[in-house]
Design a protein around this ligand. Structure first.
Ligand code: BG6
Length: 301
């Protein structure tokens, strides 16, 4: 960690007394701890990763694995990993890109109405150029209120176009994934990553998961609503400039082989990802910017 990224140094510049302060989080990694009358949240500089957002009087919106690793170079399992600049595995480079395993720099921490807005940025460096040969800046703005609002703006600082994929790989906390239903994707086309990337069409009606699910829905720009019978709430994911939605749960057998997911924890998570991936990868001209956003909120069932 650079000395300038230590909690004490960051607090001198950015703390908002009573609302937002930096601290050593899990694994000694620096995080911003926010506590407002509407919600509590944790945001790690490692990955600009929101690991926790709990609206007042409710269970957390986000799932976080008890076995997650918190270490430089490792991805956190849960919360909102930021996938950039590629989605999924590629030979010889980290799965889902390097953004989620990079240390981001704090740009600002400000009051936003009753909430707090935080901006973090990541720029090209020798480490990123070794993996992806482009000049870029990605800025992630997180606004913590009763809702969790996320924006990721990518700027092309190269002198040639580049193409990227991105996702807020959101792990929603659910009471029991087998007792949830997902609305908003009825009749949509998807790529089934559990079945040789076959292209299929989702049936009409709410989508209920009952097995390993790994589906990429291209051209799915609308909102999704997770109805959670056990927690007695609905979680709404509203998207901006996101053409892809990804739905993922590893289910029992795959989860059993994941070292950073314990026991039956998979039952308490459902990833509904706000993305631009695969068919919807974004090409940016030199100097151009693209901002993708998501607002996630819980409402009574
Ligand atoms: C999803 C992918 O977005 O992320 C899945 O569609 C993948 O294929 C999952 O398994 C988790 O990825 P990771 O790299 O965090 O284990």
């Amino acid at each position: 960690m650079h000395a300038s990224q230590a909690p004490e140094a960051l607090d001198e510049r950015f703390a908002i007394p009573g609302l937002a302060r930096f601290e050593a989080g899990a694994g000694g990694l620096t995080r911003l701890s926010i506590s407002t009358r509407h919600a509590d949240a944790h945001i790690y500089l490692h990955g600009a990763h929101v690991t926790h957002h709990r609206p007042a009087g409710q269970p957390s919106l986000l799932f976080l694995s008890e076995r997650s690793r918190f270490a430089p170079g490792a991805a956190i399992r849960g919360g909102v990993p930021i996938v950039f600049p590629w989605f999924g595995p590629r030979a010889g480079v980290p799965d889902h890109g390097f953004a989620r395993i990079s240390e981001w720099a704090v740009q600002s921490v400000e009051r936003a109405g009753d909430g707090v807005a935080v901006a973090l940025a990541l720029e090209a460096s020798p480490a990123t150029r070794a993996l992806w040969p482009h000049e870029f800046r990605i800025t992630c703005c997180v606004t913590v209120g009763a809702a969790l609002d996320l924006t990721a703006e990518v700027e092309n600082r190269s002198d040639a176009p580049f193409t990227f994929e991105a996702a807020f790989h959101t792990y929603l906390r659910v009471g029991d994934v087998g007792q949830t239903s997902l609305a908003g994707l009825e009749g949509a086309d998807y790529i089934d990553k559990t079945d040789g990337m076959k292209r299929k069409t989702l049936a009409p009606g709410p989508f209920r998961l009952d097995a390993e699910t790994d589906r990429v829905f291209p051209g799915a720009r609308g909102s999704c609503v997770v109805s959670d019978a056990v927690l007695g709430r609905r979680v709404v994911v509203d998207k901006r400039a996101s053409a892809t939605t990804v739905v993922w749960n590893p289910w029992n057998d795959k989860a059993a082989h994941m070292a950073d997911l314990g026991g039956v924890e998979w039952r308490h998570m459902l990833c509904v990802e706000t993305a631009n991936a695969m068919d919807d990868a974004v090409t940016l001209a030199p100097g151009a910017r693209h901002a993708m956003g998501a607002t996630i909120r819980a409402t009574p069932a």
